[in-house]
Design a protein around this ligand. Structure first.
Ligand SMILES: O=P(O)(O)OC[C@H]1O[C@H](O)[C@H](O)[C@@H](O)[C@@H]1O
Length: 488
């Protein structure tokens, strides 16, 4: 991976997200060319642009400084930046640098998400960042066209140049869309979408919100783990050990799921991000050579912050199926509170659970213990905990831009280690294609049925029946889509 070999063989690409956070003087080559200078050219451009934006010298169509950003993107062009943004939102340093600003995300093509993302925003003070590796993703492009309409109907079509910028590998399509190429931020095909948060995909919107210096710490944190992963012997190498544990749990013990349980509300978007990193990478049925696997690869990832999850699905984890758990804790809270007279601080209260849960899973509670506690006989089977349920605990010293970068890279490399062990290609995603192409067929049918009354043809009985019901409901379609958007 670090040598730039084309380990993503089905797309004939190298896999070099580590280059996105490499120090300036590092040499990492793809196809014989050192890519680190290109990376820094874009980072410098982001630094300079975000400075202009944040200082108010970049102004919108009506001469006002821009304070709010809507990042439009989905999948890898959304989940990583959302995770990092959510983690920084309560960090004191990041709060200070984001004063008076808002960063929002628009991912879903559901018009409800459009409404949510712009409600209360004024186009005069808003910058839209369209983030798409390919610049062809149907959801993102429709959302981008919708927000372009929102801007130009309020401020005139010429305002688009000042209120819309883009992040993409496809700069030709960015220009075609009407975004000034000077305001396009590039990345490269050797960055997988789900590994792209350290490219302009994450660095641009996060720098607009928090300033480049904060985001640079995030990159440095990720880079520190890259270095550790590259050079540390295996028995002390965090991503290697974690990857081995995952493969052991999935392939040897037969536990296919994994719960990601951060005892830190700021990490609430970590599990959704890792779901994509892990499940899109390792959810494969054939080896890298195309041979059907004689075992199942991939993990089923889900998670919620503790303690919320404890009051929801932990019952199943304690007494139902065996789900290996990742407990993630932070030694020092971003927002400490201690109420006089309380036995412990609020953070200690949270962390009491962080320490208690893995113990309960590991050691359980035996019928003998219950008997000695005088539990009625008929309740003993219900109150018994089998124990011997695996978990790992990661304790971060604190949560800031640097450690968020570290956490991200630990999981990225862990997923890669698992994929290497399973012998699969963790860097392609052919499994997302079929649904997309079927949606194209449905889109054509909906158009033909709505505009010409064409009957539904070429779909199976179930789908045709539900589509008929859907068309009967006749959603309102205005010829002027902006009338349906909420007003600022
Ligand atoms: O960044 P884009 O090209 O718009 O792609 C957005 C997403 O599209 C697809 O769903 C891919 O499976 C994802 O890996 C990707 O992150």
């Amino acid at each position: 991976m670090f040598n730039g070999e084309h380990i993503n063989s089905t797309e004939d690409r190298s896999v070099l997200h580590v280059a996105l956070r490499a120090p300036r003087d590092k040499v990492i080559s793809s196809d014989g060319k050192n890519v680190v200078p290109e990376v820094w050219k874009v980072l410098d451009k982001i630094n300079e642009f975000s400075e202009r934006f944040r200082s108010g010298s970049w102004v919108g169509e009506t001469g006002k400084a821009l304070t709010d950003v809507v990042a439009v993107g989905i999948g890898g062009s959304f989940l990583g930046p959302l995770f990092v943004h959510t983690a920084l939102q309560t960090d004191p340093e990041a709060i200070a640098s984001a004063k008076g600003r808002q960063l929002r995300f628009l991912a879903n093509v559901d018009p409800i998400d459009v409404a949510r993302s712009i409600t209360g925003l004024n186009p005069e003070t808003t910058l839209v960042v369209v983030v798409s590796k390919t610049f062809t993703t149907a959801e993102t492009m429709l959302n981008a066209r919708t927000l372009r309409e929102w801007i130009s109907s309020a401020l005139g079509p010429q305002a688009v140049a000042k209120h819309m910028v883009a992040v993409s590998t496809n700069l030709t399509l960015v220009e075609k869309f009407g975004i000034d190429p000077k305001n396009a931020f590039a990345f490269w095909d050797w960055v997988g979408g789900r590994y792209s948060v350290c490219s302009a995909v994450g660095v641009l919107p996060l720098s607009l919100q928090y300033g480049f210096s904060v985001v640079e710490k995030f990159l440095k944190g990720a880079s520190s783990i890259d270095e550790h992963f590259y050079s540390t012997q295996f028995d002390k190498n965090l991503p290697v050990l974690l990857g081995l544990l995952s493969v052991w749990n999935v392939s040897f013990l037969g536990y296919p799921a994994r719960a990601i349980l951060p005892y830190c509300q700021a990490l609430e978007k970590f599990a959704p991000h890792i779901q994509q990193v892990s499940m899109e990478s390792n959810g494969k049925g054939v080896s890298i050579d195309g041979v059907p696997l004689p075992f199942e690869a991939g993990e089923i990832d889900f998670g919620e912050p503790g303690t919320n999850g404890q009051h929801s699905f932990y019952q199943l984890i304690h007494q139902g199926r065996i789900i290996p758990c990742d407990f993630i804790g932070v030694a020092k809270s971003q927002q400490p509170v201690y109420l006089k007279g309380e036995m412990v601080s609020n953070h200690d209260e949270l962390m009491s659970n962080f320490f208690a849960q893995p113990d309960a899973l590991a050691y359980g509670k035996t019928p003998e213990q219950l008997l000695s506690e005088k539990v009625p006989k008929h309740l003993i089977p219900h109150k018994t905990f089998s124990g011997n349920r695996p978990s790992i605990s990661l304790l971060l010293p604190h949560l800031n831009a640097y450690t968020v970068g570290q956490l991200l890279a630990i999981y990225e490399h862990r997923v890669a280690v698992e994929g290497f062990l399973w012998g699969i290609n963790s860097f392609d995603q052919w499994g997302v294609e079929l649904g997309k192409s079927l949606a194209t067929q449905v889109r054509k049918q909906l158009n033909a049925s709505r505009t010409k009354g064409d009957p539904i043809e070429g779909f199976n009985y179930s789908t045709a029946t539900v589509m008929t019901k859907y068309l009967e409901a006749k959603s309102p379609i205005s010829s002027d889509p902006v009338t349906l958007l909420p007003k600022a």
